[in-house]
Design a protein around this ligand. Sequence first.
Ligand SMILES: Cc1ncc(COP(=O)(O)O)c(C=O)c1O
Length: 405
Amino acid sequence: MSFDVQAIRAQFPILERRVNGRPLVYLDSAASAQKPAVVMEAMTAASRTAYANVHRGLHTLANETTDAYEAARESVRRFIGAASASEIVFTKGATEGINLVAASLGGTFAPGDEVVLTEMEHHANIVPWHFLRASRGVVLRFAPVLDDGRLDLAGLAALIGPRTRMVAVSHMSNVLGTINPVAEIVALAHAAGAAVLIDGCQAVVHLDIDVQALDADFYVFSGHKLYGPTGIGVLYGKAERLAAMAPWQGGGEMIDTVTLDEITFADPPHRFEAGTPAILEAIGLGAAIAWLEGLDRAAIQAHEHALYARARERLAGANWFTELGTAPGKGAIMAFNVEGAHAHDVAQLLDRYGVAVRAGTHCAEPLMRRFGVSSSARASFALYNTVEEADMFVDALTKTRTFFS
Ligand SMILES: Cc1ncc(COP(=O)(O)O)c(C=O)c1O
């Protein structure tokens, strides 16, 4: 397997677009990545030839669609190294997966029980736990982040104690790019008898994930960052964890039997998939995973890192540029501020040059506060970006700087 960025780009129709008269330079893949044609085609082909509701019918189309939906679950299982496909719950996205665990497992927590998070979490891994604090009286503790964007591991360890029921941390920060030592965190949490949820939204795109090796209790991610569609995500949960958890939403397909007086529930994963699921989106995610599995992921990671390093090197002498997060071994995400300019203005000016970056709080307000900024711009590099694009980004950014100085 070799990695040829032009051959990759040719598979992404949207990259042919021009924006404001310039070639599109898409550096917002950490928010939503673009989709290769094979993903769109898999969804269209299913719509055209084998589409019906799943798990409900005995007719041919229902059976074929159910098979395709369950094959997507098996693809996810293989991709993250889970022991069984029944440990893979399809959700709307990472956000829904975390809400599910907070509502279901969290619903068994007692007042005074503790949930340990970090200052670098996305709101998706903060707000559901706030809900639990309001409903159950649990105590939230936040592990500090060091100045270079690393997690303060000793600080996190100090927060884990006999009342800790859950440690929920991101595998890779969507702002800092920091890759957290999640296996060590799992070991610390398990030694205290706490469960661990890993928010793998960013990490699953760039790293090989083996949930069994990590020994994580839960691992969540979203399809749309993994070159798949929106509206689909994954909650991996260890079989014994899921088996012990109550459903969080009621409806069709999650029951075993229903009488007017009593309900018994289906086994996982169906217990947690009430109602008609995102069938085509699951098929699309399966196609995205199959596509990624055909590529050399180590080469992709090296490529993405080279793009980041190129931009970073060219900006090294710029005294008007500040990067948030410079942890060793960080992923190819660059959150930054330009002196004298609001991040929104930077993003809008870059857009004039066809360069798409994100700007704002990146759904990580506590982290922005930690670094004393109200917002930042963010360029994220993906497998389809090129060295020329990294240069176009730096050139455009340098021009926007002259606008503000
Ligand atoms: C680290 C992280 N966690 C959670 C999320 C939430 O993902 P979604 O909105 O797809 O549920 C994101 C998305 O930006 C993210 O980057």
